[in-house]
Write a protein that binds this ligand. Structure first.
Ligand code: 4NP
Length: 177
């Protein structure tokens, strides 16, 4: 979080996405700690929902971890199994690490928890908690399921699915010609 003037959130801010930086594809980055559990699940679900809405020529989804421990690796097999059960393809993911240049390259950076938020430099109009856009319970964190059981991945999936559905509506408005 930051106290810089103009960066504080006003009521209703969650409903509007920042405008595109450039005429190209609107780029959304999803960020967690390791880029093998939460942000890959959000990446695959949001990208599939974007494609289903016919927006994939105007919206690009990427993901990264703030840590580089798993760079180049596939996602956690529990995350992959959860995605596969819901009909998504988890096999193409390879972990990446967030770099400061992504702040210039992305239109929107959505992080999974407040620790991630601190790691990427704090909240700004283009850097938000992913669950700021959760239509059921906005403003929470996506809890890290890595050290827990299956249930944690199922809960992450529910949060990711409903938040992505809401984000696609907002993205559709943000990239409208
Ligand atoms: P993620 O979960 O941030 O949702 O990808 C984690 C993955 C790996 C580790 C921690 C959290 N780790 O300590 O290796």
């Amino acid at each position: 979080m930051t106290d810089r003037p103009g960066d504080t959130e006003a009521p209703g801010d969650t409903e509007a996405l920042p405008p595109p930086r450039t005429p190209g594809r609107y780029r959304v980055a999803l960020v967690c700690l390791g880029n093998i559990c939460r942000s890959p699940m959000a990446h695959v679900v949001l990208a599939d929902q974007v494609a289903a809405a016919g927006l994939d020529d105007r919206v690009e989804v990427v993901s990264a971890g703030t840590a580089g421990w798993h760079v180049g690796k596939p996602m956690d097999e529990r995350a992959a199994a959860t995605l596969a059960r819901a009909g998504h393809d988890p096999t193409r993911h390879r972990a990446r690490q967030f770099e400061p240049s992504w702040h210039q390259d992305c239109d929107l950076v959505l992080v999974m928890d407040r620790s991630n938020l601190a790691e990427v430099g704090g909240e700004t109009p283009r850097v938000r908690l992913f669950r700021a856009f959760d239509p059921e319970n906005p403003g929470g964190e996506v809890p890290d399921p890595y050290y827990g059981g299956e249930q944690g991945f199922t809960e992450v999936m529910s949060m990711v699915e409903r938040t992505s559905t809401h984000l696609v509506r907002l993205l559709s408005d943000a990239v409208a010609p």
